[in-house]
Design a binder for this molecule. Structure first.
Ligand SMILES: Cc1cc2nc3c(=O)[nH]c(=O)nc-3n(C[C@H](O)[C@H](O)[C@H](O)COP(=O)(O)O)c2cc1C
Length: 308
């Protein structure tokens, strides 16, 4: 496949995309719906924070809203560690850099530059790229960080198939994802920005926060004010993702379409991503024949290696 043959339509303006209602009785939206829609559209991921404190009481307001989140059989497996101590936040961010950013940086080298996660589309040779990720301030200056913990024993409140064999899905992680979203939405309603920091490797963070081994550390959510105003976000169109009565096979993408989609998605979201990190300049692909085409020592394809 030619990666330039990217014909998957992407609308990056977040414009509304209503589809014709199939319901027999129509009614205008409620005021609550309008407020809710405005809120979910306003919420944006922030990846660079001003050090300014957030108003007293807001963190607790956010957590008060979060505790009303739904969970399997109302098991409420979540607990939260609120961190305000600057040194501890910096230590958490250092652990994030040392363990998660480092691993992701190397593993992203598997992909052609244009397909890499936006956080790892960097300029320069491999060493220069690595120095850039090490120098990143990221969320280390956020005034408040919430660590979302889960106690797997609580999901035993739910039905026996809570952790369905053969499916990589549990009521524990579903509930923790739900509560994380509630935190993001509650923060947005108070004018506070947040980042969803995936914790793929939990141990270093659990140690820093004295979390008992039995509990999991699911997400870290820095809260604060964005360094740069956050821009709009892209979403797939409603008509592409909704099926009525049964799945419409015409909407099923082939795997080749998915690859094209991924190229287009990366292209369409890079600007928003760069902005969310408080930066302006969109990184440019290294010149395939130029000095940026160094291969890593492992002998794998370098950042500027031919793409196909
Ligand atoms: C399961 C999940 C994992 C995510 N992991 C991260 C992450 O590790 N770091 C990050 O900055 N954003 C993360 N995000 C945020 C997404 O990148 C973001 O929601 C998406 O790009 C859309 O942008 P928006 O939130 O501004 O609308 C995550 C979101 C979800 C739901």
């Amino acid at each position: 496949m030619n990666p330039d043959d990217r014909d998957v339509a992407i609308d990056n303006h977040g414009a509304s995309d209503s589809i014709e209602s199939k319901d027999s009785v129509s009614a205008p939206a409620t005021e609550a719906y309008d407020h809710f829609l405005a809120l979910v559209k306003r919420r944006r991921s922030c990846r660079a924070f001003k050090p300014d404190p957030i108003p007293e009481g807001h963190t607790e307001r956010i957590l008060e809203a979060a505790r009303w989140t739904m969970s399997g059989a109302n098991s409420q497996p979540w607990e939260f560690v609120v961190v305000r101590d600057k040194e501890k936040i910096q230590a958490l961010y250092k652990a994030y850099q040392d363990h998660i950013i480092d691993a992701n940086f190397w593993l992203e080298q598997r992909f052609p530059w244009e397909l890499r996660h936006p956080g790892f589309r960097l300029e320069g040779d491999l060493q220069a790229q690595y120095r850039q990720i090490q120098a990143r301030v990221g969320w280390s200056r956020a005034p408040v960080v919430i660590a979302v913990l889960g106690d797997g024993r609580r999901q035993l409140a739910s039905v026996s198939l809570v952790s369905t064999p053969g499916r990589n899905q549990t009521h524990l992680t579903d509930a923790l994802a739900n509560v994380s979203l509630s935190i993001h939405l509650a923060a947005a309603s108070l004018g506070i920005a947040a980042e969803w920091v995936s914790i793929h490797i939990q141990e270093p963070f659990k140690e820093l926060l004295n979390v008992p081994p039995l509990l999991m550390l699911h997400t870290i959510i820095p809260l604060g004010y964005p360094q740069k105003e956050l821009s709009g976000s892209y979403r797939r169109k409603l008509r592409e993702i909704v099926h009525y009565e049964s799945y419409d096979p015409a909407k099923m993408m082939t795997s080749e379409d998915i690859l094209k989609y991924l190229y287009r998605l990366r292209e369409s979201t890079i600007r928003t991503y760069v902005r969310s990190r408080g930066e302006q300049a969109v990184p440019r692909a290294p010149d395939p024949g130029g000095p940026n085409s160094d291969a890593p020592d492992s002998g794998g394809p370098g950042p500027g290696a031919p793409r196909e």
